[in-house]
Design a protein around this ligand. Structure first.
Ligand SMILES: Nc1ncnc2c1ncn2[C@@H]1O[C@H](COP(=O)(O)OP(=O)(O)OP(=O)(O)O)[C@@H](O)[C@H]1O
Length: 286
């Protein structure tokens, strides 16, 4: 099995309420998988199952370990960040580094300091005196120094401004990512990271609607600008969603199911957010 993360038929309920339903995913080396879904879809629960932080039914293997009983070993090579803006306020930067050195066998203090030297973060500053963007950089320094094979990020840039968000992903790509590693990331701001994702899994009501490469999705789904005179014809082709404004209709189609789309209007490649809205809306009967 070459997958770094392998999830097969995973289900979970809280007090008989299904939260995950037969979820399957495989993440190979070099992949950056975006787990995308609306609030309450089950993204965090899925990540927690992968990390062995919550009980589940089904099979999960992370770097060959089962999170249920091999969690300790697994965590040597897996890093998890839930919200980079959260670090204890009283902690000094230097204390964060020594703490990591004490608890993580693979933490490389030199690497963390090298990264911090590129920032304006003073080594003896307390977290409460750093800006949110600086806290992000500190968090990144801690991640980079672990050099994990699998990095799991749950809404990592929540509450950060756009400059800091972009900086976070830039450093992630330049200083962490390599062809041997894999990243799983959840975010509500899919449009900001869609260019770095190699794969996307759309999740809704605990079920995976689609799990494919970004290239496959961009190739399969097409957005057509339809004028009023072609609108009725276009509706018969079963669009996944329609957004109408000032006599123009943006309609999303599955190109495998709807042929000759060019006769309806100008075809463009949709954003992943367009495809997501189309698939989730269709599920809800919109
Ligand atoms: N400890 C818990 N006990 C009971 N229900 C829970 C618990 N944790 C999560 N849930 C429920 O599981 C469902 C999925 O929650 P989860 O946090 O995984 O969603 P999410 O996709 O990460 O949402 P968001 O984007 O809002 O963070 C929700 O309906 C939530 O209320």
């Amino acid at each position: 099995m070459t997958s770094l993360v392998y999830v097969e038929g995973v289900s979970k309920s809280y007090r008989k309420k299904p939260i995950l339903n037969d979820v399957s995913l495989a993440v190979e080396p070099g992949q950056i998988l975006g787990l995308v879904g609306p609030n309450g879809a089950g993204k965090t629960t899925c990540l927690q199952a992968i990390l062995g932080l919550t009980a589940y039914e089904g099979n999960i293997h992370v770097l060959g370990h089962e999170p249920k009983n091999g969690r300790h070993k697994m965590l040597n090579d897996v890093a998890y960040v839930s919200d980079v803006a959260v670090l204890p306020k009283w902690l000094k930067v230097s204390q964060a580094l020594s703490y990591m050195q004490d608890v993580h066998p693979k933490f490389d203090d030199r690497k963390a300091r090298e990264f911090l030297a590129k920032t304006k973060i003073p080594p003896h500053a307390k977290v409460k005196h750093l800006s949110k963007g600086m806290v992000t950089q500190l968090h990144l320094a801690l991640i980079l120094a672990i050099d994990a094979k699998v990095l799991i990020l749950d809404e990592p840039t929540l509450g950060l401004d756009i400059v800091s968000r972009r900086q976070f992903y830039k450093h992630l790509l330049e200083d962490f990512y390599s062809e041997e590693k894999a990243i799983i990331v959840t975010t509500h701001q899919i449009e900001e990271i869609e260019n770095i994702l190699t794969h996307i899994a759309f999740i809704n009501n605990g079920e995976i609607l689609l799990s494919e490469s970004a290239d496959y999705i961009r190739d399969k789904y097409k957005l057509v600008s339809v004028t009023n005179d072609k609108f009725e014809l276009a509706k018969t082709r079963k669009p996944l969603f329609t957004a109408s404004m000032m006599g123009m209709h943006s309609m999303l189609f599955d190109s495998a199911e709807s042929h000759n789309l060019s006769e309806l209007g100008n075809i463009v490649t949709p954003t992943l957010a367009d495809v997501f809205v189309g698939l989730v809306g269709q599920e809800a009967g919109a």
